[in-house]
Every structure is written in structure tokens, then in C-alpha cells.
Design a protein around this ligand. Structure first.
Ligand SMILES: Cc1ncc(COP(=O)(O)O)c(C=O)c1O
Length: 379
């Protein structure tokens, strides 16, 4: 792989963000094999590159979108479908998982009969007024203890409010199609899933008893990417989820999920180049041509811990790796174990950087960010 990386960097320049579509397909298949009864909606927010969407679309994936623009990215894949097929795809394979949608967005998606989430009474009224064709999914607040990114402080209805929020929808002449939750991103504490499924099942079964025909449970995202060997195995989580769903829900429940990170994190690598080297307070600072404002945005927005490898061997020292902008905040890492003999023009590479990286990159200071290269594409 290292030799191939060097060749690609010579051919295409740096910084170079390499998306491996074989790995992407593999991640999708692993997900489906281990959770065979769960419909996988790729969370486009993790990385909205259109080629990723295309590959997953060809694998048969469904999609979780957060905005009208993300919706249109999926719509572009089905533009050529006949009307009935298109309508079916939108209803069956796209969910608007953002619990708060502005009025304009609701107005624009009304004609598509979308499936949308909500978690508060105001949103029900807004949906009723601006998008009365929608089917609704109530998002619940669930434990997200220990997850890399917590969600429940901003999203999700208190379980105690669920019954009245469900009733409000039906009273308004709309329908609740199901319940959803998100246990937090990169969730390595699997108890969060068991607790969330327990909470969801109580509300689901109670609603059915009252005659509300809920159909779907949406188990959200959070499935941990295998960044290193300390991350508990997805296969173990899948077993827990499968058995808990069987235990807690009626047989006819439709289960969907919104994996983002799991699909794309391990399918991309970044090659960057050393553009400056200085000793500051005794520590080597490698200045590279990508940084926190660009592909390493996950350090800020995703609490992500980066990894760096060099292509040259040498005496290892604790070094800093910093980005190209004028901002002193643009420090990617102040403690990387790297050879101390790296030179200007030498390359570094970072693996598992596919999720929440280029998705949130800016063009701060006039730096364009990494060039995107697709490999093993188009099969
Ligand atoms: C509603 C929703 N669904 C799915 C995801 C994807 O989560 P993950 O990348 O942890 O799978 C997110 C991430 O922010 C989200 O907000």
C-alpha cells in the first residue's frame, strides 16, 4: 500500500484524499451481513461526495439526508426512474433525519411525500402546515454515554413525552410511521443500544396497544468504525442488536439504521506533504499542506484523534504536526511519534479519515484542501 500511495502522490500531487470504493463496498456488505434484517440508510453527512453515494446506491443502500441539498444528491441518482419507481424509492429509501427542518425545506419536499423525523410539538405543527404529505418518525432521547459525539443534549424527545407527541401527530391528521434514536457517534459502549432499544420498545408497544399502527424502528447511527484494535467489534454489537430486536419487538417491525461513519471512515486515506520544519521550544514541528481547517476538520467537529505515518524510517521523536494556515489553532497534533529526520517534500499518510473530514472542510486562508481521488471505482 505504501508504494502505491507514493506513486499516487507523485501522479496527482498532495494533499491527496484517496477514497477506496472496494473498502466502501466491503463496509456496506459487512453491515448487511451482520444485520440482515436492517435496512441501511447511509448518513450522507459523514461524507457527501457524490461518487460515494453512487457506489452505495449501486449496492442497494438507502439514504439518510439532513438537508434539501443532500436530498437532491440522492434524487440525482433516480432522476431517470419512472414516476412510480421514483415515488417508491423516495418513500422507501430516503429519510430526513434532521429533527428540525426549516419551513422552506418542508415546502420544497412536500411534493415528494417524504419520511421525516421530529422530536417536539412545534415541529409537528410546522410539518402539518408546510409538508402535510410527510410520514413522521419520532426521535427519542436515549443514553449516549461514552460515545465520541453525544447527541442527546440537542436531539430527541423525552420518553415521558412520547405518547403525547405521537397523539398530536394523529390528532393533526398525519401519521407516525415509527420511532428513532441515535446513541451518539462512534458508540463503543454497547449498553447504549440495549438501553435505547428497551426504551423504544416500551413506547412502540404501548402505542400499538392504543391502536396506533407504528411500523418502523430506526436505530440511528453510532456503529463504531474500527479505527484501532481497541474498538469493540461491530460483529459483537450486531449480535446484541439482532437478539434484542427479536426479544423486544413484534415480528412485523421494520428496522432501519443510519450508519455514516461505519461505512466511510475506514475507506479513505490522506497523503500530505511536509512543507516546513522547525524546532519550537525543543520540539520538532512538521508543517504540512493540510490542516484543521481542511481535511483534519474532524479534530474540531468530530473529536477525532488523527494518526500519522511516514514513508521513511528514522529515530522516533515526539513531534508536532501542524497545518498550513496562519492560525496557531491549526495544530493537528502536538504529540506524534514520528522519525526526526523527515525533510521538506517528504510525505505523511493518515488512514481511516473518510468520515467527518472533507465533509466539514473550509477554504480558510485560500487553501483549496485536498484533491479527491477515487480508486477501485466503477465496478
Ligand atoms: C440523525 C443522524 N443519523 C445518523 C448519523 C450518522 O451517525 P454515525 O456517523 O455515527 O453513524 C448522524 C450523525 O450525526 C445523525 O445526526
Amino acid at each position: 500500500m505504501e508504494e502505491e500511495f507514493i506513486k499516487l502522490a507523485e501522479q496527482h500531487g498532495t494533499p491527496l484524499f484517496i477514497i477506496d470504493h472496494d473498502k466502501l463496498r466491503q463496509n456496506y456488505r459487512v453491515f448487511k451481513e451482520n444485520l440482515p434484517n436492517v435496512q441501511a440508510y447511509y448518513a450522507v453527512k459523514a461524507n457527501s461526495n457524490q461518487e460515494i453515494i453512487k457506489t452505495l446506491f449501486n449496492e442497494g443502500a438507502s439514504f439518510d439526508v439532513a438537508s434539501y441539498n443532500e436530498f437532491i444528491q440522492i434524487y440525482n441518482q433516480i432522476k431517470g426512474f419512472k414516476k412510480a419507481e421514483k415515488d417508491f424509492f423516495i418513500w422507501d429509501k430516503i429519510i430526513f433525519s434532521n429533527t428540525i427542518k426549516d419551513r422552506q425545506t418542508l415546502g420544497k419536499i412536500k411534493r415528494y411525500k417524504p419520511l421525516v423525523t421530529y422530536d417536539n410539538a412545534e415541529e409537528v405543527d410546522k410539518i402539518k402546515e408546510h409538508c402535510s404529505t410527510a410520514g413522521l418518525v419520532l426521535r427519542l432521547k436515549v443514553p449516549d454515554i461514552g460515545s465520541q459525539i453525544e447527541m442527546s443534549s440537542k436531539f430527541g424527545a423525552e420518553p415521558a413525552d412520547a405518547a403525547s407527541l405521537i397523539q398530536r401527530v394523529f390528532d393533526n391528521g398525519l401519521a407516525v410511521e415509527g420511532l428513532s434514536f441515535h446513541v451518539g457517534s462512534q458508540c463503543t459502549n454497547f449498553d447504549n443500544y440495549t438501553a435505547a432499544l428497551q426504551i423504544t420498545s416500551e413506547i412502540f408497544n404501548e402505542a400499538r396497544k392504543k391502536g396506533y399502527e407504528l411500523k418502523i424502528i430506526d436505530i440511528g447511527g453510532g456503529f463504531p468504525a474500527a479505527y484501532d484494535s481497541a474498538v469493540p467489534r461491530f460483529e459483537k454489537l450486531a449480535k446484541i442488536i439482532n437478539s434484542e430486536i427479536k426479544r423486544l419487538f413484534p415480528e412485523d417491525v421494520e428496522v432501519i439504521a443510519e450508519p455514516g461513519r461505519f461505512m466511510i471512515a475506514t475507506a479513505a486515506s490522506l497523503i500530505s506533504e511536509i512543507i516546513g520544519k522547525a524546532r519550537r521550544d525543543g520540539k520538532i514541528f512538521y508543517h504540512i499542506n493540510d490542516g484543521v481547517y481542511h481535511t483534519f476538520s474532524g479534530i474540531v467537529f468530530d473529536h477525532w484523534i488523527p494518526n500519522f505515518r511516514a514513508f521513511r524510517e528514522g529515530e522516533i521523536e515526539v513531534c508536532a504536526v501542524v497545518g498550513p494556515t496562519c492560525d496557531s489553532f491549526d495544530k493537528i497534533s502536538v504529540s506524534e511519534q514520528l522519525p526526526n529526520n523527515l525533510k521538506l517534500g517528504d510525505l505523511l499518510y493518515t488512514e481511516n479519515i473518510g468520515a467527518y473530514s472533507i465533509a466539514a472542510a473550509t477554504r480558510f486562508n485560500g487553501f483549496e484542501g485536498a484533491k479527491i481521488l477515487h480508486i477501485n471505482n466503477g465496478k
